[in-house]
Design a protein around this ligand. Structure first.
Ligand code: DP6
Length: 362
């Protein structure tokens, strides 16, 4: 795919208006089968599967104008943020081999999120997908956003952050080659939404905050520690088997199997961190306490819920729409008091990114 995209590269800005504006809104996602470990140019060691969120989105607003040499002015929530700007600039520099027209375009780029930082919701996935979609919109200005457009955006998002490749698609998305998913590829994610039975189209996700301090170990460092990890080969096999089982659980609406696989994935992710060299612990005491309470409640009530974890201590509690009221009562009565400042973020499966605005000024 890389060679095809490089061959398609546009070297001038004749297809663009003198000036214009565009705005993409793109959601974060929570992985059910975890991407942990990569090689080569942002290629995953195993296939992963995620739910695209609805309310937790990044909004990227871009004012562009033709200018020799190009350039970037980056703001976050309207204010300069040098540490983010460096990352965006680095990404745009990388993108210039695919989008050489960026050398003739000045971008004023502002980004904001609808969710708090370090809350266990990946802003890199929502932001990088919104940015990749924006670049693809500039490239294909005036053309229809077809399946090829989203595939390319997912490829470009992957180069910014692996999990961002999945955020380009709504509801349920997979990234990484897997024998059970015909369209799957290590290069880009694909939508698996058509697999979702009607009653699973509204999975809810409540993020129970345990600690919103910045992570001690970044995802990039974590992925790196998978290189040479003594369990790496087994982890790849486990993730591959879990993916197949989870797809069956979804198709068959087997919530028990769904919960079993999703929780196994979350705990395996953290087991890999614990057993890396050097090992590290992102789980906290309250994380474990909350997990125990969820298991006890499920045992007693049979509620359709399952926990998962990102690379951090905060809990994502996924639940079936059938049990929404009862699970939310359980969260508010029992889990919320254990959360940091009693903070819980309620979200659910969503339809994916939206182009909010596209306007030209000649
Ligand atoms: C634990 O996508 O943040 O959230 O590709 O280095 O940007 P980079 O990593 P990133 O890793 C996400 C890891 C995870 C699991 C997942 O989302 O699949």
């Amino acid at each position: 795919m890389k060679e095809i995209y490089l061959a398609q590269a546009k070297h001038d800005v004749s297809h663009l208006p003198e000036k214009g504006q565009l705005s993409w809104e793109s959601p974060s996602n929570i992985a059910l089968v975890k991407y942990w470990g990569k090689h080569g140019e942002q290629l995953p060691d195993n296939a992963s599967l995620s739910i695209t969120l609805k309310e937790s989105v990044s909004i990227v607003d871009i004012n562009f104008r033709k200018q020799e040499g190009g350039g970037l002015q980056f703001t976050f929530e309207g204010k300069p943020k040098p540490e983010f700007e460096t990352r965006v600039q680095k990404y745009l520099d990388k993108m210039k081999s695919y989008f050489p027209f960026l050398n003739y375009l000045f971008l004023e780029l502002d980004s904001r999120n609808t969710f708090p930082h370090s809350a266990g919701i990946a802003s890199s996935a929502s932001f990088m997908s919104a940015l990749a979609l924006s670049l693809c919109t500039l490239e294909s200005y005036g053309r229809e956003m077809d399946a090829g457009f989203f595939k390319k955006a997912s490829f470009m998002a992957r180069l910014g952050s692996g999990s961002a490749s999945r955020s380009v698609f709504g509801a349920l998305a997979a990234w990484g080659y897997h024998p059970s998913v015909s369209e799957s590829s290590d290069d880009y994610a694909c939508s698996l939404s058509e697999l979702l039975p009607e009653r699973l189209k509204k999975i809810h996700d409540a993020v129970i905050l345990v600690n919103s301090a910045a992570k001690k170990v970044s995802s990039s460092q974590g992925h790196k520690l998978m290189e040479g990890h003594f369990l790496a080969e087994n982890r790849i096999q486990q993730a591959t088997a879990n993916m197949a089982q989870l797809l069956d659980a979804i198709k068959d609406e087997d919530w028990k199997l769904f919960a079993q696989v999703v929780e196994n994935e979350a705990l395996s992710l953290h087991a890999m961190m614990l057993s890396s060299i050097p090992g590290f612990t992102l789980l906290q005491q309250q994380t474990l306490d909350i997990i125990e309470m969820i298991r006890e409640e499920r045992e007693a009530s049979g509620l359709k819920m399952a926990f998962t974890l990102d690379a951090g201590p905060n809990i994502h509690l996924l639940y079936h729409d059938d049990d929404r009221q009862a699970v939310e009562a359980f969260i508010n009565d029992k889990l919320k008091p254990l959360a940091e400042e009693q903070r819980v973020i309620f979200d659910q499966m969503g339809p994916g990114p939206v182009l909010k605005h596209l306007k030209s000024y000649e």
